[in-house]
Design a protein around this ligand. Structure first.
Ligand code: ATP
Ligand code: MG
Length: 370
C-alpha cells in the first residue's frame, strides 16, 4: 500500500502558496485494510476515509465511468489494482492531477507542472465532458488564479462550449451551482468566473438575464466594487444581480436556491435602485424615503439596511450616489421616533401605527429638507 498527496495541495505547494487542506490517495489497499488501521469511512458512493488522528481525507484509488446525465451518473471502480495514473486520469485539470509520494517524488503524467509554469488551465482528458460541474470548477480556478496570470486554454474552452451546446449544463442541480457561485464570488477575481462562464455559453443557461453586454458589464462593475470592500456573500450576490428588475432578480435568486439572506437582500437592492434613481436630488420626497425604509424594514433589520447601503454604494452610478445621503439621513431621523412615548400619549392599535408613520415622515422631511 502506497499513500500520495494529491490535488490542490500538490498544486498549491508548487505555486508556492500556503496549503489549506490536504487530500490523499491510497493505492493497493481495500476498505478492510483501511478500517483495520483505524480509518473511518465517509460517504457511501466513494471509498473515502478519514485518518484517525489528522481527520484528513484518504481516498482509495478509483476510476469513474459516466453512465447517465449529470452528477449522479457515475459508476465507480475501486480495487487494489487501480494505479495512481488511472486515478489521476479521472481528475478535472492537469494542475489538479499531480501526486507526491511520501518519499517526495512527484507523479505528473499529464504535465500539470508544465501547465502551472505556462499558467494554463487545461482538462486532463476527454472524460472532462462527463461532469458539467467541471465547467464551474474551471471557471472558479480561473477566478482564483487570474491574478497569477492563469487562463483557460483554448482546447478546454472549446470542450466546455461543446458541453454547453450538448445541454450538459442543464443537468446540474441548483445546490451544486450555488455552491460554486458562492465560492467563486469570494475568489480573488470573481468577475473572471462569470466571464469564463459567459464565454463558454454556460451563463446563458445558469443566469441568462445577465448575458446581454450592457447588463453584464453593470453586474461586473458592481461585483468588482463590492469585492474590493471584502463584503459578505449576500452583498456580493446582490451586487451581481443588481442590474435586474425586482421580479426577475427574485425569481433567479430563488431558482439558484441562494440562502434566504442572499435572496432577500438581492431582491431589496433590485427593488430600491429604481426608486433611488427617481428621487429628486434637490428635494427628495420624504414619503418615498419612508417607503424605502419600510420596504427595508429598517427598524427591525438595521444590519440588513447597512448591507443594503453597501450594495447600493457599489451599484449606483456616481451621479446617483448622492441620493444615498438623504436615505441615510432619513434612516437616522426615522429611528428617533419612540413608539413607547406615543403609547404613553394614549395611541394604540392602528392609531399607533399611523402616529409612528406620521412622526417618522415629519422627522424625515425636516432632516432632508435643504
Ligand atoms: P481547493 O484548494 O479549492 O481545495 P482542490 O483542487 O483541492 O482545490 P477539491 O475540491 O478539494 O479541489 O478536490 C480535490 C481534487 O479532487 C482536485 O484537485 C481534483 O483533482 C479532484 N476533483 C474534485 N472534484 C472533481 C470533479 N468534479 N471532477 C474531477 N476531479 C475532481
Ligand atoms: Mg482541496
Amino acid at each position: 500500500m502506497q499513500t500520495y498527496l494529491v490535488g490542490g495541495a500538490v498544486r498549491d505547494e508548487l505555486l508556492g502558496l500556503g496549503v489549506k487542506d490536504r487530500d490523499w490517495v491510497v493505492v493497493g489497499a481495500t476498505p478492510e485494510h483501511m478500517l483495520a488501521q483505524g480509518f473511518t469511512q465517509v460517504g457511501s458512493d466513494f471509498p473515502v476515509f478519514l485518518h484517525p488522528k489528522t481527520h484528513e481525507e484518504y481516498a482509495l484509488a478509483r476510476t469513474e465511468r459516466k453512465q447517465g446525465h449529470g452528477y449522479h451518473g457515475f459508476s465507480v471502480y475501486s480495487a487494489p489494482d487501480v494505479t495512481l495514473e488511472e486515478d489521476l486520469l479521472r481528475r478535472d485539470l492537469t494542475i489538479n492531477a499531480m501526486a507526491r509520494s511520501e518519499q517526495g517524488e512527484l507523479t505528473d503524467p499529464f504535465n500539470g507542472s508544465k501547465d502551472l509554469d505556462a499558467r494554463q488551465l487545461r482538462h486532463v482528458s476527454e472524460a472532462f465532458k462527463e461532469d458539467p460541474l467541471r465547467i464551474l470548477r474551471t471557471a472558479r480556478f480561473a477566478a482564483r488564479f487570474q491574478p497569477l496570470g492563469f487562463s483557460v486554454c483554448q482546447e478546454t474552452m472549446d470542450l466546455m462550449r461543446t458541453m454547453v451546446a450538448e445541454g450538459e449544463v442543464e443537468h446540474l442541480v441548483p445546490e451544486r451551482v450555488w455552491q460554486e457561485i458562492q465560492r467563486a464570488i469570494h475568489e480573488l477575481s470573481p468577475c473572471t468566473f462569470f466571464q469564463v462562464l459567459r464565454d463558454c455559453g454556460a451563463l446563458a443557461v445558469l443566469i441568462p438575464e445577465l448575458t446581454p453586454d450592457a447588463i453584464f458589464s453593470v453586474a461586473m462593475d458592481a461585483l468588482q466594487r463590492v469585492h474590493a470592500r471584502e463584503d459578505s456573500t449576500a452583498e456580493r450576490f446582490s451586487a451581481l444581480l443588481s442590474p435586474l428588475d425586482e421580479s426577475t432578480c427574485a425569481e433567479r435568486a430563488k431558482a439558484l436556491k441562494a440562502p434566504n439572506d442572499c435572496q432577500q437582500l438581492a431582491r431589496l437592492a433590485a427593488a430600491s435602485i429604481p426608486i433611488i434613481k427617481q428621487l429628486d436630488p434637490i428635494q427628495p420626497s420624504a414619503s418615498t424615503l419612508l417607503e424605502l425604509l419600510e420596504k427595508a424594514d429598517v427598524s427591525r433589520r438595521p444590519e440588513r439596511f447597512s448591507q443594503l447601503i453597501n450594495v447600493l454604494e457599489c451599484t449606483l452610478e456616481s451621479g446617483d450616489q448622492a441620493q444615498l445621503e438623504p436615505l441615510k439621513k432619513a434612516a437616522d431621523a426615522a429611528s428617533g421616533v419612540n413608539p413607547q412615548a406615543l403609547i404613553k400619549q394614549g395611541f394604540a392599535g392602528k392609531e399607533l401605527g399611523r402616529a409612528i408613520r406620521a412622526e417618522r415622515l415629519e422627522r424625515i422631511a425636516q432632516a432632508v429638507c435643504r
